[in-house]
Design a protein around this ligand. Structure first.
Ligand code: NAD
Ligand code: UDP
Length: 320
């Protein structure tokens, strides 16, 4: 599906990035993974280091990147992504979206290759339109705790369009909605790792607010399929990639409890400031452009994710 060639993946040691590197290698491509390990982990890419087509470049992309030789494309994924991570690293988040994106767009311009940049559903903020279409401009609080991430990604989108208009760089913007699966960090604070770990440890699940806020969860394999399809498409985006099956967080907690087969409590904690009340992608554009729609259901995806976290907990227990 993807043209065989040499690709650069920023944020390649992260959750999504490591799955993308793996998929590119499976398509016989060469991969240069660039990461500074701010929120990523070496374990995510350790098995890939044995592959002669894989190269790791430990580098902070807020500094210019020099790559010798041709590139078939760049996938720009580097950025803290979980609310807990970007609250911890707000300046790094703004810098990677601004300076990091500028550096990779310059690299795409110099090498003449196409670049796909990862934006997010957070550009819609706490949306007043539902479900969210790409035409919606969003409802973002620039000075709230999520502003560092939301505005970093809105700037990434604006800068990408400027390079396209001024320098003719071939670009594609994707807006990723909540994605989950193996290799998420158990301490990244997102709802999927939190609930999975709590269920596996027999603890109460922590629902923030009253749990009426909604999200929809896309399994990682579906997202990677969408990313590769969009890279090959001749469209600048932005394009939403996410699973449109929406559910309230309280309902999600109940599904995880049922799935775990245990009797677990729910403990209600304060809702974080500016937490979006609803979120659900309209994926008509991706479906029309590249025939993409998610295939993995929540039960099937959660099974694989729970198995992953179970194995990690066992590893941690053995190590302690
Ligand atoms: P992640 O934290 O697991 O991965 C991000 C990677 O980027 C990490 O390996 C980190 O070390 C690296 N990184 C951060 N700053 C860097 C820098 N300055 N230089 C080099 N590397 C740097 O997060 P993820 O969930 O895999 O997200 C990947 C991308 O997808 C992000 O751009 C994120 O905004 C976007 N996204 C993810 C989701 C999701 O649900 N996972 C949703 C929307 C958007
Ligand atoms: N959430 C929760 N309990 C948790 C972690 C998160 O109820 O332990 C809620 C959070 O308030 C939000 C939703 O789950 O409404 C998704 O949160 P996450 O951090 O995964 O990502 P977000 O969609 O907010 O970027």
């Amino acid at each position: 599906m993807i043209t065989v060639g040499r690709y650069l993946v920023t944020g390649g040691a992260g959750f999504i990035g490591s799955h993308l590197c793996e998929a590119l290698l499976a398509h016989q491509c060469e991969v240069i993974c660039v990461d500074n390990f701010l929120t990523g982990r070496s374990e995510n890419i350790r098995p890939l280091l044995r592959n002669p087509n894989f190269e790791l470049l430990e580098h902070d992309i807020i500094e210019p990147i020099r790559i010798s030789g041709a590139l078939a494309g760049i996938f720009h994924l580097a950025s803290p992504a979980s609310p807990v991570d970007y609250a911890k690293f707000p300046i790094e988040t703004l810098r990677v979206g601004a300076l990091g994106t500028d550096n990779v767009l310059q690299l795409a311009r110099q090498t003449g290759c196409k670049i796909l940049v990862s934006s997010t559903s957070e550009v819609y903020g706490d949306p007043l339109e539902h479900p969210q279409k790409e035409t919606y401009w969003g409802n973002v609080n620039p000075i709230g705790p999520r502003g560092c991430y939301d505005e970093s990604k809105r700037y990434l989108e604006a800068l990408t369009m400027a390079y396209r208009r001024v320098h003719g760089v071939r670009t594609c913007i994707i807006r990723i909605f909540n994605t989950y699966g193996p290799r998420m960090r158990s301490d990244d604070g997102r709802v999927v790792p939190n609930f999975c770990i709590q269920a596996l440890k027999g603890q109460a699940l922590t629902v923030f607010g009253d749990g009426t806020q909604t999200r929809s969860f896309c399994y990682i394999d579906d997202l990677i399929d969408g990313i590769l399809r969009m890279f090959m498409a001749d469209d600048p985006g932005p394009v939403n990639l996410g699973n449109p099956s929406e559910l309230p967080i309280l309902e999600f907690a109940k599904r995880i409890i049922a799935f775990s087969g245990r009797k677990l409590d729910i403990s209600y904690l304060a809702l974080p400031e500016d937490d979006p009340k609803t979120r659900c992608p309209d994926i008509t554009k991706a479906a029309t452009l590249v025939g993409w729609k998610p295939k993995v259901g929540l039960e099937q995806g959660l099974k694989k994710t729970m198995e992953y976290f179970q194995a990690r907990l066992q590893q941690e227990n053995r190590a302690s």
